[in-house]
Design a protein around this ligand. Structure first.
Ligand SMILES: [Zn+2]
Length: 189
């Protein structure tokens, strides 16, 4: 059974490789904007923050609006790391230690939402968008009760906005990107 599952995963990876390492590793700004409009409305935000614009800003911070969507391996989640998860690792190896897609969602943060696999997010950016929205709703807005852009940025980047770790550069970039238009061709000066 275990061998069968492992073989299945390898087949999927080979298939992806043959597709030319996936068209989803780099996405057009218009595609990102479209996903922001489709998924942003589901964010349970205070009225002062627009959901589509928040997703847009996060995509700006995380992937330069879709230019860099390749998975990134985070050593803190790997063997010997602070956030190492033996069970997810036995299932997925180092794929369980990566962030994915335009919003670079950390797989361990979203693995509990339904039955999402790392390969699902790799193949289908919309799954990543939906997972990012669920994560923000549940963890950042629900559990941590963030109410400002700065708090949301802090939590998305460093885990909890209420601790002493405040990623100033990331927060400043997010505020700047939030003010950037989704309109095609528009580039902030
Ligand atoms: Zn690893």
């Amino acid at each position: 059974m275990e061998d069968e599952r492992r073989r299945g995963r390898r087949a999927i990876l080979l298939e992806l490789a043959e597709e030319g390492r996936l068209s989803t590793l780099q996405l057009a700004r218009t595609t990102i904007a479209d996903m922001c409009r489709r998924f942003g409305a589901a964010l349970k935000l205070p009225e002062t923050i627009a959901g589509d614009q928040l997703l847009w800003a996060l995509a700006g911070n995380e992937s330069s609006f879709g230019v860099h969507c390749s998975p990134r391996h985070e050593s803190g989640y790997c063997r010997g790391g602070r956030y190492f998860d033996p069970s997810l690792t036995s299932e997925w190896g180092c794929l369980a230690h990566c962030s994915y897609g335009p919003w670079q969602v950390m797989y361990p943060n979203i693995s509990k939402f339904g039955t999402i696999s790392p390969l699902d997010i790799l193949r289908t950016p919309e799954i990543g968008a939906n997972a990012a929205v669920q994560f923000i709703n549940e963890r950042i807005l629900g559990h941590e009760k963030a109410t400002t852009l700065e708090q949301i940025a802090d939590a998305y980047n460093s885990g909890d906005w209420r601790d002493a770790n405040r990623p100033e550069g990331y927060i400043a970039d997010l505020v700047k990107n939030y003010a950037t238009s989704m309109a095609p061709g528009f580039q902030k000066a």
